[in-house]
Design a protein around this ligand. Structure first.
Ligand code: WTA
Length: 671
């Protein structure tokens, strides 16, 4: 990597940020980066020394095999050490650092009238009580607990309570359908499920307990019910939105269901942490897989702690008096790493927001930044594009002068959105950290450091400490200098996933088989002449809608469950706000009629099977799909039809080229 000399417009770190930053300039980044690769042992020992270890590591800091031709893939960090991540993110601050009364979270509800402040002391006490409740329900070290909660403090309490007693949490985003929840409960074989009665998302009331009961019923139908107890937070009721017109019917099974508040009432405030091996599992988080079945990405205790803590500290240049806000949902990895573990490990004060950006008005984000004097703000390009639509006026009503650093995650950020974020939100003075990473990577892997890295809009810039990227061509050859190809990593860092839960083979096949010796991200990238990395998007059959990855296979499987559908193929089409959206081709069974009602029915079906975030934007009738002679659907052509790109290139491998003309003539213009 070289110091940039290119023609691209560069944005340099502001002087005041550089004065006392953790990584104050490019040379300091380069020196630490070099050390992290040349002497990882010393580098990670130093990072580990800030944390509490019940027992120190006995072997080397990092051991691994990344080459499938040499045996099983494994990564081990600090083998032999014993610790507890909950102790490190809570007790350590309360006991050793006097952060007793420091605010851990400002919880801000869906309605601006609902808000609560939670200090580190209060957080520790709630977590311990919840840990005791879980224990009373029979949860032991190694057991799985599924969590299906909205963005409320109990979500943080529950995940940390699991970590405290050594249970493995499996959080399922509370926008997923009962089918998706059921599938994830069955895979994890959880014994306890934690949920809430209901929640408002914007204007819409969602009956979570009803969805949970449907999911449990489906588990029972598959003879796979592992859940013994369901702990239910009285959330909708306590927010007093439950007036006569919007009261929820909360279905109740008194053998299984327990109200959270009743269980917590007499639970003790003390709970000795379970001392865990460094490599014990911490959590499972499901992410879409290209076969359609979600993968349970497994992260382990010590490596994840160190990696999320260090990335948070450096990438957001954490200061003791910061108020940090990440707008993600904890149901995704961004929330796990950068709402819960990373910020708490640093003793940070965060905003925990239940609502959506445009409720009750389009200035809600800016209002919250003003209200809490937010200094570091982390959101997704899709949210930025949504808010851009309303222009600058909603921003001008609020004081955003507290902001120092802005961040984005989830998908490549387009130049217009970057400029708007920088000018309208950051008022031209805040660096934007465009953080590239994945559920699998645990934390940021390509990212600017705000005081050190000159920015190029749209580039995730350089690797974080300990991360060694490479760009490969189709044949697996490493490309030097300026290049475009597959983004891979040559060695692990502490926060990398350890396996796919109960499916090591799938882990190896998905990430390590294609190019032996490398972890394959599934993303394409370009490295420019200054050594900057630019993510060019997924190269597998995955689609990124509003920053959420979904597999085309999963959506196709849902569509073909409809009795009228014979076959389907799903591709992406660019979307102004969501980045990409779903464009579906369906071939109907003989005698079936394509109609508006059918389109609506199919949209509803996909919503119900997977969740509202996967609602297709376009559904086109496809009398036939373009296939190769061997019967493989040519998605490239479907993508071009969806995007109205006329130059289709070589169609000679198609069994019947006429199919394409028909599809073109019937393409959907508007959703
Ligand atoms: C995409 C989210 C470009 C990428 C943390 C990756 C990005 C997938 C960026 C992982 C970024 C994430 N620039 N693309 N800054 N961040 N992606 O597992 O395709 O939900 O592989 O993790 O999102 O999505 P996941």
């Amino acid at each position: 990597m070289v110091v940039p000399e290119s023609q691209d417009k560069m944005y340099y770190p502001p002087d005041d940020l550089q004065r006392d930053a953790h990584v104050p300039d490019l040379n300091s980044y380069l020196a630490q980066y070099r050390k992290s690769l040349e002497n990882p042992e010393a580098f990670w020992k130093e990072v580990a020394s800030e944390f509490f270890w019940k027992k120190p590591a006995t072997g080397p800091m990092l051991q691994y095999n990344f080459d499938v031709t040499k045996g099983n893939i494994y990564v081990k960090f600090m083998e032999g050490a014993k610790t507890n991540i909950c102790y490190n993110v809570l007790d350590r601050h309360v006991r050793e650092k006097d952060l007793y009364e420091k605010v851990a979270y400002y919880w801000e509800g869906n309605s601006p009238d609902h808000h609560v402040t939670i200090t580190y002391r209060q957080l520790l006490s709630q977590v311990c009580r919840c840990a005791n409740v879980l224990k009373r329900m029979g949860v032991k070290k190694g057991d799985r607990v599924s969590i299906y909660l909205p963005m409320i403090p109990e979500l943080v309490y529950t995940m940390l309570a699991c970590a405290r007693i050594g249970a493995v949490h499996s959080i399922v985003f509370a926008g997923f359908s009962s089918d998706s929840l059921c599938e994830r409960i069955i895979d994890a074989q959880s014994s306890v499920l934690v949920t809430a009665d209901g929640v408002y998302r914007g204007e819409k009331l969602i009956n979570l307990k009803l969805i949970v009961d449907e999911a449990l019923e489906k588990c029972r139908e598959k003879a796979s019910s592992s859940i013994n107890k369901c702990l239910v937070v009285r959330h909708h009721l306590r927010t007093k939105s439950g007036t006569a017109s919007n009261k929820l019917q909360t279905p109740w099974d008194s053998d299984c269901d327990v109200w959270w508040d009743e269980a917590m009432k007499d639970a003790p405030e003390e709970c000795e942490p379970e001392w865990m091996d460094a490599e014990d599992p911490l959590f499972i988080l499901y992410t879409s897989g290209s076969t359609g079945k979600p993968k349970g990405v497994l992260h382990s205790v010590a490596g994840y702690l160190l990696y999320t803590a260090l990335t948070f500290k450096c990438v957001f240049d954490h200061r003791h008096d910061d108020v940090y806000w990440c707008t993600a949902d904890i149901g995704w990895i961004t929330g796990h790493s950068y709402i819960t573990y990373g910020p708490l490990a640093n003793g940070a004060t965060s905003v925990l927001f239940e609502g959506i950006p445009i409720h009750p008005h389009v200035g809600r984000f800016w209002e919250i930044i003003q209200k809490y004097r937010v200094t570091k703000f982390y959101t997704a390009p899709t949210a930025i594009r949504l808010l851009m639509k309303y222009g600058r006026e909603p921003l001008q009503k609020y004081d955003l002068s507290s902001l120092r650093i802005l961040g984005t995650v989830g998908e490549p950020i387009n130049p217009e959105a970057w400029q708007w974020y920088h000018e309208a939100v950051g008022q031209g003075r805040c660096p934007i950290v465009d953080t590239f990473w994945q559920t699998e990577t645990g934390g940021h892997v390509l990212t600017p450091l705000p005081a050190a890295t000159p920015l190029k809009p749209g580039s995730a810039t350089f690797p974080f400490f300990g991360v060694e990227p490479s760009v490969l061509n189709e044949h697996g050859e490493e490309l030097e200098g300026e290049a475009e190809g597959y983004l891979v990593f040559r060695r692990p860092w502490p926060g990398l996933m350890r396996t796919v839960y109960r499916d090591q083979e799938r882990f190896e096949n998905t990430y390590f088989k294609k190019f032996p010796g490398f972890y394959v991200t599934g993303d394409g990238c370009r490295r420019d002449k200054d050594g900057y990395y630019w993510i060019t998007g997924r190269i597998d059959d995955m689609i990124n809608v509003s920053g959420h990855l979904m597999s085309t296979a999963e959506v196709e499987a849902a569509l073909t469950q409809h009795p009228a559908v014979a076959e389907s193929a799903v591709v992406s089409r660019p979307h102004k706000v969501k980045g990409e959206c779903l464009y579906c081709f369906v071939t109907l069974k003989d005698g079936m009629e394509f109609s508006h009602a059918l389109v609506q029915g199919l949209k509803t079906l996909v919503r119900e099977k997977i969740g509202p975030i996967t609602t297709p934007d376009f559904i086109q009738n496809a009398p036939a799909l373009p296939k190769t002679r061997s019967g493989k659907i040519m998605r490239r052509i479907l993508r071009q039809i969806a995007r109205n790109e006329n130059d289709l290139g070589d169609l000679s491998t198609l069994a019947d080229p006429k199919v394409v003309e028909v599809l073109f003539s019937q393409r959907c213009e508007a959703a």
